[in-house]
Design a protein around this ligand. Structure first.
Ligand code: FAD
Ligand code: NAD
Length: 475
């Protein structure tokens, strides 16, 4: 007998599980199917985000940062520690414990919201039927009024540096390393390369990052990228730009990586090589040929601004569709789609999605970079404020970086906010809200910020836009 639901979601990552819970909150009957299997062979909800992405990487970033501070910064506060050592196995147990707790938490959230969490493979057939194959059972057909595809993404593999899970590894393997490699190579100075490169560098690896582009962090504002590049260099990350990798060969003493840059052919030898050159949408076995789903030339499921596929009643969200591959983007799309299905009006403001790199210094931005505003032809003004002039940052010994605000010359609307420095990932929330409400710099200038706080740098940067910074000389 076939089961029936109002909504079936395929994928329980941050896109799918949020969509499922939101749909259930609207009073709909909901099932969420997920097949994720961890390295211990156990199934778990949460997708890449929880099992192999955001959460485990941030757990390691935190541990490695504390270790780094204990060794290099505590003495500035007058704290003597003697020898500080890192128990990598314990650090990894903590990381795994956090993941276990949170994945179990999703099961609990499903039960509380009355979402049927189904473990196994989901495949969209024609007429919004879904074939569900449980992990240890036979396929069954589920009827659904609406289907949400939220199948996520996987790492891109380079043909000349294929993953072997041991020496040439992806980001998931790099998160689960059980020892610090003496020499670590990373292909790609993107978000993953910089975050995981930082983790293992702080723990003692000699890290070399090979990046094909000539510009460092090409997607970030140039002023921010400049500060970050200098800080990473100081920390010992060897980032080589304009490096086009041509081959990676595993030998007895490690892996030899050949690349070309403006000076000709080069090579390095490392013990482990992380390939972090982007991710591709994952849609293997997700839908039948006659399901009517359209894929673009890069493999993304084609959707409109409201995440509708071309099949009525079938939506797709998160990493498997166009746009930035971020957990919060996936979750907000899930919320929007569940609201739309319930009959509410809903929309996503794709222009103000925050981006954060959890390195030290942290890097965060929302809205347009100065280069993008310039290219748009709109007259603009900018204001910056360095953390070196912020009392709280001084007290924290975290004075590198700044807040930069770009606003329109004509009506003062804030167009972009760029932060490099302590807690940038937290500070950016104020900027996101400001852009969401089309705030002006005057709105920020007249907003009272607590003292002493890092957020005062935001306040002062807004004042600096009009040459009214109070705690730093103006332009
Ligand atoms: P996913 O999280 O990939 O979940 C998809 C789920 O669907 C998976 O469980 C998969 O097994 C399941 N699935 C797929 N097909 C089927 C099927 N046919 N049947 C059943 N189940 C299926 N983003 C941030 O915003 N902040 C960060 O700090 C951050 N850090 C990251 C660090 C790393 C190392 C990586 C790799 C990514 C990071 N990301 C981060 C990106 C973030 O993880 C993704 O953008 C996010 O997970 C996408 O969510 P999703 O729901 O679209 O897909
Ligand atoms: P990315 O797109 O951020 O960076 C990939 C980098 O690799 C780019 O700089 C690119 O120029 C470079 N590259 C591509 N091909 C290359 C080659 N052949 N040789 C050398 N360099 C090459 O991708 P990623 O770091 O793999 O991350 C994937 C996705 O995961 C990102 O889209 C990101 O949104 C998400 N993510 C987000 C966070 C976060 O929000 N903090 C953390 C990790 C991952």
């Amino acid at each position: 007998m076939s089961k029936g639901y109002d909504v079936v979601v395929i994928g329980a990552g941050p896109g799918g599980y949020i969509a499922a819970i939101r749909a259930a909150q609207h009073g709909m009957s909901v099932a969420c199917i997920d097949e994720w299997k961890n390295k211990d062979g156990k199934n778990a909800f949460g997708g890449t985000w929880l099992n192999a992405g955001c959460i485990p990487s941030k757990a390691l970033l935190e541990s490695s940062e504390l270790y780094h501070r204990a060794r290099h910064e505590f003495s500035k506060h007058g704290i003597s520690t003697g020898d500080v050592s890192m128990d990598v196995a314990k650090m990894q147990r903590r990381r795994a414990g956090i993941v276990r707790q949170l994945t179990g938490g999703i099961g609990g959230l499903f039960r509380a919201a009355k979402v049927d969490g189904l473990v196994g493979h989901g495949k969209l057939l024609s007429d919004k039927k879904v074939e569900f194959t449980p992990v240890d059972g036979d396929p069954e057909i589920i009827d659904s009024k609406h289907v949400i595809l939220a199948s996520g993404s996987g790492p891109i593999e380079l043909p000349f540096a294929k993953f072997d899970g041991e020496t040439i590894i992806d980001s998931w393997d790099a998160i689960e390393l059980d020892a610090v490699p003496a020499r670590l190579g990373v292909i790609g100075a993107g978000v993953i390369g910089l975050e995981l490169g930082s983790v293992w560098s702080r723990l003692g690896s000699e890290v070399t990052v090979l990046e094909a582009m000539e510009d460092f962090l090409f997607m970030a504002d140039r002023d921010v990228a400049k500060v970050a590049a200098a800080d990473f260099k100081k920390q010992g990350l060897d980032i080589r730009l304009g490096a086009k990798v041509t081959s990676a060969t595993v030998g007895k003493t490690g892996v030899r990586v050949d690349y070309e840059d403006k000076n000709g052919a080069q090579s390095i030898e490392v013990d482990k090589l992380i390939v972090a050159v982007g991710r591709r949408p994952y849609t293997d076995g997700l839908f039948a040929d006659d399901a009517g789903i359209q894929i673009d030339e890069r493999g993304f499921i084609v959707v409109d601004d409201e995440c509708r596929t071309r099949v009525k009643g079938v939506y797709a969200i998160g990493d498997c569709v166009r746009g930035t591959m971020l957990a919060h983007k996936a979750s907000e799309e899930g919320t929007m789609v569940a609201d739309l299905i319930s009959g509410e009006s809903a929309e996503m403001n794709y222009d103000v999605i925050p981006s954060v790199l959890y390195t030290n210094p942290e890097i965060a931005w929302t809205g347009k970079t100065e280069e993008q505003v310039k290219a748009s032809g709109r007259a603009y003004k900018t204001g910056t404020f360095p953390f070196a002039a912020d009392g709280r940052a001084k007290a924290m010994e975290q004075t590198s970086g700044m807040v930069k605000i770009i606003s329109a010359e004509d009506d003062d609307e804030i167009l972009g906010v760029h932060i490099v420095g302590p807690m940038a990932g937290e500070l950016i929330a104020e900027a996101v809200l400001a852009l969401e409400f089309s705030a002006s710099t005057e709105d920020l200038q007249r907003t009272i910020h607590a003292h002493p706080s890092l957020s005062e740098a935001m306040h002062e940067a807004a004042l600096a836009v009009d040459n009214r910074a109070l705690n730093y000389p103006n332009k």
